[in-house]
Write a protein of this length. Structure first.
Length: 123
């Protein structure tokens, strides 16, 4: 079972309006909608990835790699902020705040085309 988990890819798909976490590859695990200001909710994205990291560690299927799939119209600063969110998070150890590792080995790709439903009329 954990051999299958180890071979599965984690994807973060960045589009306008939401960031999707796919696990395994191509299968939506969680979609994180933008916040009320229309900006990506990086805190929520981090929580989703922390939960996934703990799940994988519990199954002895931990990994450091993740794929970041970005829509062509994504602003550069949003790509950098998303990289920061998937790489690590701040955790408190004793009395110190430290950067805890999530998925620091990031591969890039293009976001897949959105699937569109057929809305045509039949005559």
């Amino acid at each position: 079972d954990n051999v299958d988990l180890k071979s599965q890819q984690i994807e973060v798909v960045v589009r306008r309006g939401a960031v999707a976490v796919n696990f395994p590859q191509g299968m939506l695990l969680r979609e994180v909608e933008n916040d009320s200001d229309g900006l990506p909710n990086y805190a929520q994205l981090s929580l989703v990835l922390q939960e996934l990291k703990r799940h994988l560690q519990g199954k002895q299927a931990d990994r450091k790699n993740i794929s970041l799939l970005v829509a062509a119209d994504t602003p550069y600063n949003q790509i950098i902020a998303t990289m920061d969110a998937v790489r690590s998070y701040q955790a408190v150890v004793a009395t110190d705040v430290v950067e805890a590792e999530l998925f620091p080995d990031i591969a890039f790709g293009d976001a897949p085309a959105k699937k569109r439903g057929r809305a045509g009329k039949r005559s």
